[in-house]
Design a protein around this ligand. Structure first.
Ligand SMILES: Cc1ncc(COP(=O)(O)O)c(C=O)c1O
Length: 463
């Protein structure tokens, strides 16, 4: 056993024992859950060892567990809850709609769908919109549109890029034994997997090489402007510009997956801050206001491939719950609010994000632990409300890709993913993948609690 492994095992064993003592009711709930649900639930990212805590209620920055522990939450509904958990604004809109006889699915045309689509189009600069129920479906339809429109087959995606369990992008998500070249799931048709080309984030040279050798076969390049699962690494302006220029030059489409970044940095896509207009964008999370609503938005000419005029060449169609009325109520209330408060809300979030990141780095440094946060401003985005803590092996590490963030030689990945999670939970802070997302409900007092928790964790590491 290496010294690192030995150190991890000892730390994790102690943390797990303390966690079990602190979250006993959740242990029972999880045991019951595993008798009927695979691994006790329906989303892998919600689970962790030894077992997840169970939530009784959630409000603002806080969640309350079965045990009655009130935790400051940075997962915030998979980063969807930019106004915090269960904000009054959305709750009131939903109640009002239900009280006026509208809300559950009708399966018909309703003007609210037009109003929501118009709001999304106006705030994102897209010409046409179509709605669906999940970010996964949105990215799948966007790729189908790109393939249908261009008549080409290849999909270029980024290592560590997560577009949901969409078979057409389920390659190179996780680091495998040989790097990021494997298909991530059984069941993906081999022909589909063979048509996915994976390239490292922020690596302009490799992107050029791929387009030089395969350019006339590429249907689209799809990526997240800020890599989510791989630790909130933002695209450099150089990479974004190269992506736009190469796709245009070779007749491929640029798809920006803004499921996380949409309305997270400004009231629209973060593409606006880069000054780039993609051919298609995908939105989810925040735009649903806490409800299952997602969208593909983009150029009318491309989107039209799904329409009657093109004989529905791309079957971006169906979905019993597509444009579900309550999701539109929530989404419309959310987007309108963010648009109306853009000038104050985003700078305030970014300022608090900067305070959070700087405070965390200082707390660890004061205890002699080298820890950094992602999410600092880059050459396009002036900082923001996403961050992940990582533990570099060297002071001069500047992660640019999933390769960097997941390489155990460059940083202590296990400490971030497992140790930090439990260590902070024991002090009332819930983080995922190293931290997560701020909401407008988080206050300076909540930040102070994070600093205390980080200090306690740093103290444990140096003991
Ligand atoms: C960037 C990105 N794209 C797509 C998805 C899939 O969205 P959903 O979980 O709503 O299907 C996610 C979900 O985490 C995501 O982060």
């Amino acid at each position: 056993m290496s010294t690192d492994t030995y150190r991890h095992e000892r730390l994790l064993a102690a943390l797990r024992a303390e966690y079990e003592a602190r979250f006993p009711a959740s242990k029972g709930a999880h045991a019951r859950a595993t008798t009927v649900l695979i691994d006790g639930g329906s989303h892998g990212a919600r689970a962790f060892e030894p077992y997840p805590f169970y939530v009784r209620e959630a409000e603002g920055a806080y969640i309350t567990t079965l045990e009655g522990h009130r935790l400051v939450d940075f997962w915030q509904g998979h980063y969807a809850n930019i106004l915090g958990h269960n904000p009054g604004l959305i709750r009131d809109a939903l109640v009002d709609s239900l009280q006026h006889g509208a809300g559950l699915q009708t399966g018909m045309f309703e003007e609210r769908e037009t109003e929501f689509a118009r709001l999304l189009a106006e705030t994102t600069g897209a010409e046409r919109v179509r709605l669906t129920t999940a970010g996964t479906l949105a990215t799948m339809y966007a790729i189908m549109l790109a393939r249908g429109y261009t008549g080409r087959r290849l999909v270029v995606k980024i290592t560590g890029g997560w577009h949901g369990a969409n078979p057409m992008a389920l390659k190179g998500v996780d680091r495998g034994a040989s790097g990021f070249d494997a298909v991530d799931s059984a069941g993906v048709p081999e022909a589909t997997a063979d048509e996915i080309v994976v390239t490292p984030f922020n690596d302009v040279d490799t992107l050029h090489k791929i387009f030089r050798s395969l350019g006339d076969r590429i249907a689209c390049l799809i990526f997240e402007p800020c890599l989510g699962g791989a630790g909130f690494i933002a695209a450099s302006r150089l990479f974004m510009d190269a992506a736009r220029q190469l796709t245009t030059q070779y007749g491929a489409l640029l798809i920006l997956d803004e499921v996380i970044t949409g309305f997270r940095f400004c009231a629209g896509g973060v593409q606006r801050l880069y000054g780039v207009q993609p051919d298609l964008s995908t939105f989810g999370k925040i735009v649903g206001g806490g409800m299952p609503l997602a969208a593909v938005a983009g150029r009318a000419e491309v989107m039209a491939v799904a329409g009657k005029g093109a004989k529905n060449r791309v079957w971006f169609n169906g979905g019993t719950y597509s444009a579900h009325p309550l999701t539109l109520v929530a989404g419309q209330a959310m987007i309108a609010y963010l648009r109306d408060h853009e000038d104050t809300l985003y700078p305030a979030l970014a300022a608090r994000g900067a305070a959070l990141r700087q405070g965390i780095e200082k707390v660890f440094a004061d205890r002699g632990v080298l820890a950094r946060c992602t999410g600092h401003p880059n050459d396009a985005i002036g900082g923001g409300s996403l961050a992940a803590i990582y533990f570099p092996r060297r002071d001069d590490m500047h992660p640019q890709s999933a390769e960097d963030m997941t390489d155990p030689r460059l940083s202590d990945v296990r400490l971030r993913e497992e140790g930090l999670k439990l260590g902070l939970l024991l002090h009332g802070i819930n983080v995922v993948h190293g931290l997560g997302a701020l909401s407008t409900a988080h206050t300076d007092a909540d930040l102070a609690r994070v600093f205390e928790a980080c200090d306690a964790f740093a103290k444990r590491l140096t003991a």
